[in-house]
Design a protein around this ligand. Structure first.
Ligand code: CP3
Length: 357
């Protein structure tokens, strides 16, 4: 290779900070050359390379086979160059490892073998066996970690106790989630026993993911906003705080408490490094309510990815401008990438962030 060309290439890589460093700096509200970007559900049905693997394997086979989970995790990184990869898995693997198996049925969603109804169902959940039953996730993380090196941060994740409890009580996907709140009202001690077991299992699983190579972890409390305000703390908040205490100092924690919109300053005191924010609120307004050391992640409308690149470019620039001067912003959507997302729209989003000065 011509030495002048080789030199410019070296200069270029020296200028661009490794993505992993950029991502972790943003988690700690430290200065960055530009905000890092990744998208919830960046791996999956929007990608033709995912759909073609899905013709040969079921969703759960892909989740449970480390080489396949690792491949699917890396697909969006290769195509779009995101700053973080999230391990391809599912929040319900913890329910399964506790003893409540499930299936994913195309077009219908999640179906669990049985639903929690009685005290003995909670008694037979076994948190101690969880780490051993989820070693396949750790093996997948290790493969991805080696492949990525500094190219992107690697994220582990788990569902929050409240969100998991809802699925486990309904026995899968449901049009309305009513059974968890009903159990809490009828038998708060039994709800507490379930949430406590879930918290133990989730804490162990997240710690294991961190020791297996995850640089940060995200807790998905996707149903957080569905908890009535007066019961929020007993249903979700106190268990999230327990998790934050368990994980303190191990790796940055991103808490995605979807829809919990009047509690930002409270959540900001819980000791998590990053709060995920959905698209229903102004990200800057949320950030301004938080201590300066707490970062925010979000919050473009997922449906923007159904429009066109120019529209995405403009919305992304507006978001970036609105956050200018506020350290600690990780660009993401307010929820997952829709399966019908247009690839050129995802590309426009990433390119706009990468061009931002
Ligand atoms: O973000 C990523 O790219 C990582 C992978 C990931 C998946 N699910 C893959 C998946 C993550 C982080 C999740 C989290 C998850 N899983 C949540 C919380 C976040 C959210 O989006 O609300 C919840 C509630 C689940 C449970 C779950 N898994 C449901 C309700 C469904 C069916 C609904 C649907 O989207 O069809 C799943 C299936 C699922 N999880 C798919 C993927 C890619 C679709 C599988 C397929 O069709 O191939």
């Amino acid at each position: 290779m011509n030495s002048a060309v080789a030199k410019t290439e070296v200069d270029k890589t020296e200028q661009e900070k490794p993505a992993r460093t950029r991502f972790l700096a943003a988690c700690h509200c430290q200065p960055v050359d530009r905000p890092p970007v990744w998208l919830m559900r960046q791996a999956g049905r929007c990608l033709p390379e995912y759909r073609s693997l899905r013709e040969r394997y079921s969703f759960l086979d892909m989740v449970r086979t480390p080489a396949l989970a690792a491949e699917v995790t890396l697909q969006p990184i290769r195509r779009f160059g995101f700053d973080a990869a999230i391990i391809f898995s599912d929040i319900l693997v913890v329910a399964e490892a506790l003893g409540q198996p499930y299936q994913f049925i195309n077009g219908e969603g999640i179906k669990m073998e049985w639903a929690i109804e009685y005290g003995y169902h909670v008694d037979r959940l076994d948190p101690k066996g969880v780490p051993e039953r989820l070693t396949y996730v750790i093996e997948a993380l290790q493969i991805v970690r080696t492949e990525l090196n500094e190219r992107a941060a690697l994220l582990g994740f788990a569902g929050a106790p409240w969100t998991l409890a809802n699925f486990m009580l309904e026995g899968g996907s449901a049009p309305f989630f009513s059974r968890a709140i009903t159990l809490y009202r009828e038998n708060p001690r039994l709800y507490g026993r379930l949430a406590e077991k879930l918290t133990l299992a989730i804490a162990d699983f997240l710690k294991l993911q961190i020791s297996g190579g995850a640089n940060a972890v995200q807790i998905f409390d996707t149903l957080g906003g569905a908890a009535p305000a007066v019961d929020y703390d007993e249903l979700s908040g106190r268990w999230l705080r327990d998790l934050a205490v368990e994980l303190r100092g191990l790796a940055p924690v991103i808490l995605f408490a979807k829809g919990v919109n009047d509690r930002w300053s409270e959540l900001g005191r819980w000791g998590v490094q990053v709060l995920g924010v959905d698209a229903t609120v102004s990200l800057r307004a949320v950030a301004d309510q938080l201590p300066p050391a707490v970062a925010v992640q979000g919050n473009l409308d997922p449906n923007l990815l159904l429009t066109d690149p120019a529209t995405v470019n403009q919305a992304t620039r507006e978001l970036l401008e609105s956050m200018r001067g506020r350290p600690g912003h990780i660009v993401n959507l307010g929820h997952g990438v829709p399966p019908e997302a247009k690839l050129d729209c995802i590309e426009a989003l990433v390119d706009t962030v990468k061009a931002f000065k």
